[in-house]
Design a protein around this ligand. Structure first.
Ligand code: ZN
Length: 214
């Protein structure tokens, strides 16, 4: 188990990586990682370039934080809801990557157009219905869309990933953005040719071990 100090440092690195890989801009993305019954959440309104490990906010299950802590990301309820519902997952990555957000604003999920869509844990990457950012309704909508999955788009908002670690979640978020970009591109030239359900089942079966080989 990584120490709290290691997790805090990793959160800084993942926020910097999200921006460096073009998955996020400014202060919009946020992360959470499980710390026993509590979680560490990125602070609200700090750009990756100015983030430090000590600024990560420890949020208790009732939503309270340590005295003197920065305000946690407005999406802390969504992070809490996902970590509560997914005991096997330890990390949540949320970002407004461009192509995922384009699809989310057009009300489109990502259909089975490429085998890597299975990185989200299903035959498609679903779209959670819209609710106001930071709200309990959004936390609920996202948790429902992510049932049994690793990734979802969020209507008129962005994308969210749950995974065993922050690094795994970052890798999935990057692939979701790639698949969103590919789907967006196919929509400009007549739309994708989709893989059928039986093929997606075979792919998902192989993905049972896929991640461990990388
Ligand atoms: Zn957001």
């Amino acid at each position: 188990m990584p120490s709290e100090a290691e997790l805090r440092q990793e959160m800084v690195e993942i926020m910097v990586a999200l921006e460096a890989r073009g998955l996020n801009r400014g202060t919009s993305g946020n992360l959470a990682v499980r710390m026993g019954a509590d979680m560490l959440v990125t602070p609200s309104g700090v750009t990756p370039a100015r983030l430090s490990a000590g600024q990560m906010v420890r949020v208790r299950p009732d939503g309270t934080t340590d005295p003197g802590a920065l305000k946690p990301s407005s999406e802390w309820r969504m992070h809490r809801g996902l970590l509560d519902r997914r005991p096997e997952a330890n990390a949540v990555v949320h970002c407004h990557s461009r192509h995922a957000t384009i699809l989310a604003c057009a009300g489109k999920e990502i259909p089975p157009l490429h085998y890597m869509v299975a990185v989200g844990g299903g035959a498609s990457i679903p779209l959670a219905p819209y609710a106001t950012f930071g709200s309990e309704e959004l936390a609920e909508a996202v948790a429902t869309a992510l049932d049994g999955r690793s990734a979802a788009l969020m209507a008129n908002h962005g994308q969210v990933v749950v995974a065993r670690s922050l690094r795994a979640a970052l890798a999935i978020a990057e692939e979701v953005e790639e698949q969103a970009a590919v789907y967006w591109g196919t929509l400009a030239i007549g739309g994708p040719t989709l893989l059928d359900a039986a093929e997606m089942d075979r792919i998902l079966e192989r993905f049972g071990t896929y991640g461990q080989k990388r």
